[in-house]
Write a protein that binds this ligand. Structure first.
Ligand code: DGT
Ligand code: MG
Length: 372
């Protein structure tokens, strides 16, 4: 019973906070896992299949009413309305869940050895689906013990990923994020009191936990942000386990093959931060007193700030869809750096996200409404 892992009668009451909530399996839609599975497989149609599941899942998440029968699926884009084999597949799975409470197909995928091992391996910081597949298919590896036991050569990042596996696969809670935000803010102020720091990613969308913490750093005067990241890192150096400046993000499943739709050229740091648990709770009773958390710092020049804010707020699917819409409907190329006309190459400066939506003739969506 995994497509949504919830009863058919609840099939879709939830609205925008659907990608969030407690990240227990219970609140997840199997559309997400089906997408993930397609990316894990990485075969010829993987991306298209993954996208079809993501779109079906996004449609369900955004649907304002409860879905109780086949009729309710009829007019849903990418499920009942869209006439394609992939939409038909989504509909079939949804109908199975409506009638049975679970989908055999999804159940088999999730309980299968391939999915389970891929999930484990891609949970290692620095391991993407390509390496994980090689481990699974070519080296016959199945568990983290196999990774340790097979004497595989790991990069420095990957060995940190192994060392801090449990921590890095434990979601960061909002109160932990808030602590780190204050520390980074303080470090920014000490480096230059005009630097600004802005929360982006899932926490900006209102999530109560996340796999990492994403922060944009900027300066009101263009150019003055340059060279500041290294100083901020220096201020916080005792709290960093790792400050990867040039990690290949396309290696990461979550960015996976869709990386090209969201990647940018900002100066950034994909770090592992040492979160001291006593910052939240002084009474630790002998338990480990710190945990490793992923922190991304992205430095953005002022004139590109609105675009970076939009580009880093997510979700990835929202970013992909708004960019696709801009290109196909408006003939405009939208990135985290700016926006220009496909034909005339004219640039469109913007100071706020609202202006960007307006230019694209879209109704403004607050971050909490971008949870597809
Ligand atoms: P989570 O899993 O709780 O951290 O969820 P998010 O939505 O914060 O996901 P995350 O941190 O991977 O990414 C946040 C947004 O930032 C996402 O919509 C796309 C964008 N993003 C992530 N990585 C990159 C990157 O390397 N370059 C660019 N330009 N954007 C990225
Ligand atoms: Mg994030």
């Amino acid at each position: 019973k995994k497509l949504m892992d919830i009863q058919p009668s609840q099939l879709l009451k939830r609205k925008v906070d659907a990608d969030d909530g407690p990240s227990t399996k219970k609140s997840r839609y199997s559309g997400d896992e089906a997408e993930e599975h397609a990316l894990f497989r990485g075969d010829a149609n993987a991306e298209a299949r993954a996208l079809a599941f993501r779109r079906g899942s996004a449609t369900l998440k955004a649907h304002p009413k409860e879905i109780v029968c086949e009729e309710d699926l009829k007019n849903l884009p990418y499920i009942g309305l869209t006439n394609s084999a992939k939409a038909g597949h989504c509909k079939m799975v949804a109908m199975e869940i409506l009638s049975e409470g679970f989908s055999d197909e999804v159940e088999d995928v999730l309980n299968g050895s391939f999915y389970k091992s891929m999930k484990l391996f891609t949970g290692i910081f620095g391991i993407g689906p390509q390496t994980a597949r090689k481990w699974y298919h070519d080296l016959g590896m199945r568990t983290l013990e196999d990774v340790k036991g097979k004497n595989i050569s790991l990069t420095y990042e990957q060995s940190l990923g192994m060392e801090h596996y449990d921590d890095l696969n434990t979601p960061i809670k909002l109160e932990e994020a808030e602590c780190i935000i204050k520390m980074v803010e303080k470090a920014c102020n000490e480096v230059c009191d005009e630097l600004t720091m802005t929360l982006v990613g899932g926490f900006r969308r209102g999530k109560s936990q996340g796999h990492d913490l994403d922060l944009l750093i900027s300066h009101p005067e263009d150019g003055k942000e340059k060279g500041k990241l290294v100083l901020i890192i220096e201020k916080l150096k005792e709290h960093f386990i790792y400050t990867g400046r040039k990690m290949d993000v396309s290696n990461n499943l979550n960015k996976g093959n869709f990386a090209s739709s969201t990647m940018d050229n900002f100066e950034k740091c994909f770090s592992i931060f040492k979160f001291n648990k006593s910052w939240l709770n002084s009474n630790l009773e002998g338990k480990a007193e710190w945990k490793a958390v992923r922190l991304d710092l992205i430095v953005v020049p002022s004139h590109q700030f609105a675009y970076a804010l939009l580009g880093w707020t997510g979700t990835k699917h929202f970013e992909r869809e708004i960019r696709r819409y801009a290109r196909t409907e408006m003939k405009i190329v939208l990135t985290s750096h700016g926006m220009h006309s496909l034909d005339t190459k004219q640039n469109f400066p913007a100071e706020t996200e609202e202006e960007i939506f307006q230019k694209l003739q879209l109704e403004y969506r607050a971050p909490s409404e971008r949870c597809c």
